[in-house]
Write a protein that binds this ligand. Structure first.
Ligand SMILES: Cc1ncc(COP(=O)(O)O)c(C=O)c1O
Length: 328
């Protein structure tokens, strides 16, 4: 049984898969492919467009009139959620980390432009966002609103369904001959919903492909438990086989800290940009791509699929000029 929960169509799917042949030539490595979820086509929401389709679809089906959620001060998800809420006809309130009065990030500016109301948390503790979201939703409920409260990243079993569908999408692209069956899939892991959905979705297709999750915000053991837990919940929701824990490897790529790219991450993002025209953000993409490059340079067997999750707003906001291009 593959139960499909309500869905609000937002993304332009399937996203393309492209061969990274210039990168391959540069490194002399195994074949590399890129799944272009930076091109999901709903605002600049990247991977989060997929989660929002089911989260907002469900909220609309339940008659909600307000989305309450939150994220870090430069969260792609808050911008995606704000846009999705308005398209779905819901108001939106967002709890974001950072001091009141701080200059908003481009992602928060985008959310504001979409009409969201921002509530600064007043500090940088991302682990306290979900409680603040629940509190705000309870307050609005007491005032007579019908809110849906979502944890940061939209990472719930229901949100993960969007990525379970993405696994089917990938399997269909393999079947259609658009790319070879990957021997390894590399994806950034934050709140875990995307990798969880992928694992659940892969278990439901015939595509056996190990997933390397690059954890940017939690120790590997914690990220692994979160991904497997969400993946299990997602499979239960859809009535599909449980994800295979043996198919998941997680590496800890927090480096200097959440949202801070190490010099090697920056170099990896620069290589992605200059060989393949891929824009990678410091928080997710640069770190995941650095891990991918490490595996390719170590001689991993291919084909390897890098899942580009987006982060384009943040990537542009923090773009670094290549050193040779700076004229003094
Ligand atoms: C650009 C980007 N990539 C990757 C991720 C990680 O996805 P997840 O939180 O589902 O693990 C996020 C999360 O916000 C993101 O914004």
């Amino acid at each position: 049984m593959d139960v499909s929960p309500p869905r609000l169509r937002l993304a332009v799917l399937p996203t393309p898969v492209v061969a990274a042949d210039r990168l391959r030539a540069e490194l002399g490595c195994a074949p590399v492919w890129v799944k272009r979820d930076d091109l999901t086509g709903f605002g600049v929401s990247g991977n989060k467009a997929r989660a929002c389709e089911h989260l907002l679809g469900d909220a609309v089906a339940r008659g909600c009139d307000l989305l309450v959620t939150g994220g870090g001060g430069d969260s792609n998800f808050v911008a995606a959620a704000a846009l999705a809420a308005r398209v779905a006809g819901l108001d939106c309130e967002l709890v974001v980390t950072g001091p009141a009065g701080a200059a908003p990030s481009r992602n928060v500016e985008l959310a504001l432009a979409a009409g969201a109301r921002i509530r600064p948390l007043g500090h940088a503790r991302r682990d306290l966002i979900d409680d603040a979201v629940e509190e705000l939703a309870a307050q609005r409920r007491a005032e007579g609103r019908h809110p849906v409260a979502l944890p940061r990243g939209g990472s719930t079993p229901l949100g993960a369904v969007g990525f379970a569908r993405a696994a089917r999408e990938l399997a269909d692209q393999v079947t259609a001959g658009e790319l070879p069956a990957p021997a390894l899939l590399v994806i950034a892991v934050g709140s875990g919903g995307s990798a969880a959905g992928l694992l659940a979705g892969l278990a439901a297709t015939g595509l056996r492909c190990p997933v390397l999750g690059v954890s940017v915000s939690r120790p590997a053991s914690e990220a692994r438990a979160t991904v497997l837990d969400l993946g299990h919940g997602c499979a239960v929701l859809r009535g599909t086989p449980a994800p295979d824990p043996a198919a998941l490897e997680i590496v800890d790529a927090r480096g200097p800290g959440f949202g801070i790219a190490a010099p090697g991450d920056r170099a990896a993002a620069g290589l992605a940009l200059r060989t393949e025209g891929l824009l990678l953000d410091d928080t997710y993409g640069a770190k995941a791509f650095a891990v991918l490059l490490g595996r390719l340079r170590a001689g991993v067997a291919g084909p390897v699929l890098y899942w580009h999750t987006g982060g384009v707003v943040s990537a542009l906001a923090h773009l670094q000029p290549a050193p040779e291009g700076v004229h003094t």
